[in-house]
Design a binder for this molecule. Structure first.
Ligand SMILES: *Cc1c(COP(=O)(O)O)cnc(C)c1O
Ligand code: SF4
Length: 373
């Protein structure tokens, strides 16, 4: 049983791994173990400029570098502006830091009642599980913790976090996050989800993972079955570009969908990667083919070493204007700004222009103005 248009999802090009057997390529442990980390590893696969080589050595100290063979094979070997390359390979621009950039741009630490929990909103919490990701995205908001082994909660801290959720009856939604929760072993993940699921007032669990994009092989039947045991489960993933929608990603999403797990996507608008309405529209239409719902579209946070990815709010709004009304509402996410200093998320609306006396002023997708009460 396949969905319509499955053939529109091409398999990863495999690059230097063309000789690797089908079974090995689709084995997530092999992908995990063979991640590219050193300069020499990357030079086997793509061309790096001298400036990039220099940057590579310095960036490694500030924010870990690792890329799965799968994700690396999506990088164009010749295009220095390839959208996959820009997300995964450090740029010399990462070393420029400005005063407005921060270690902890959303002030998560200040809203952390116990280690591993961020409790910012009334009825839901974020649970930090570990510091490992299959690929370290160069624009990551949580750089201060991700990749740093000291940030990984130990058993006691995990128990304390679970106890916090159990004691706070107002918490009905737990967002299991990291790093990447799918970096945990199946046993560890199952135990953790089991403990959360067992708390009577917790209604839903979200699992925030970029593995469908960076290590889709990780989502095999065994994992899908584990997640399905704790339904309602929502997988929150992070596709940023239509080129990430491959046959491998498609298979991963289908395994979850077939087990009754809904998938939502959160993209970040990144300069030079996906900062056009056309790219985001293509991405979101492809996500719908996989039955993944585009949920949020974020402006890139003011995290250190990511200024070169940031677009203005006006540019973000312009992208949304190119979506709303022009394509299925299902393909239109909400445009979200995560306010600095822990202010939380707010939505920017492209059609509402403000109020004049008692009138609400709207602009429709064709640019026509309307006044409504
Ligand atoms: C984003 C976020 C959430 C979830 O927000 P929703 O709008 O419900 O998706 C919860 N807690 C924290 C700390 C967050 O940053
Ligand atoms: S997968 Fe998420 S947490 Fe991990 S490096 Fe990328 S953006 Fe950061």
């Amino acid at each position: 049983m396949t969905f319509k248009h499955a053939e529109k999802f091409p398999p990863a090009p495999r690059s230097i791994w063309r000789e690797v057997g089908e079974e090995t390529w689709n084995d997530w442990r092999w992908q995990q173990q063979n991640r590219l980390k050193s300069l020499a590893d990357f030079e086997r696969v793509i061309y790096l400029t001298d400036a990039e080589k220099q940057a590579f050595l310095h960036c490694n100290e500030k924010f870990k570098i690792a890329v799965t063979p799968y994700y690396a094979s999506l990088i164009s070997p010749i295009d220095l502006h390839c959208p996959i390359r820009l997300q995964a390979i450090p740029s010399p621009l990462e070393l420029n830091t400005s005063l407005s950039e921060k270690e902890d741009p959303l002030t998560e630490e200040a809203q952390s009642p116990v280690s591993g929990i961020v409790h910012r909103y009334p009825d839901r919490v974020l649970l930090y599980t570990n510091h490992n990701c299959a690929v370290y995205c160069r624009f990551c908001t949580r750089k201060r913790k991700v990749g740093n082994p000291a940030s990984m909660p130990d058993r006691d801290e995990e128990d304390e976090a679970i106890a916090y959720i159990a004691e706070h009856r107002e918490i009905r939604d737990v967002i299991v996050s990291g790093g990447d929760p799918l970096s945990l072993s199946n046993n560890r993940l199952e135990r953790l989800l089991g403990k959360i699921h067992a708390i009577p007032h917790v209604e839903i669990i979200r699992v925030g993972t970029r593995n469908p994009v960076t290590l889709p092989q990780r989502i095999d039947d065994e994992l899908a079955e584990i997640l399905a045991r704790f339904r309602p489960v929502f997988v929150m993933t992070h596709f940023n570009h239509p080129r990430e929608c491959t046959a491998e990603a498609y298979r991963a999403c289908r395994k979850l969908i077939d087990k009754g797990i809904s998938i939502f996507n959160q993209s970040v608008i990144l300069k030079g990667v996906n900062d056009s309405a056309e790219t985001i529209k293509q991405l979101n239409q492809r996500l719908l083919l996989m039955q993944v719902k585009p949920y949020y579209l974020y402006q890139c946070d003011e995290v250190f070493g990511a200024a070169h990815f940031r677009t203005s709010l006006e540019e973000c709004l312009e992208i949304l204007r190119g979506l709303q009304g022009w394509t299925s509402g299902l393909a239109v996410p909400r445009l979200v700004v995560d306010l600095p200093d822990g202010g939380g998320k707010v939505c920017l609306e492209p059609n509402f222009l403000g109020k004049e006396a008692d009138d609400f002023i709207f602009r429709n997708y064709r640019g026509e103005r309307f006044y409504c009460k």
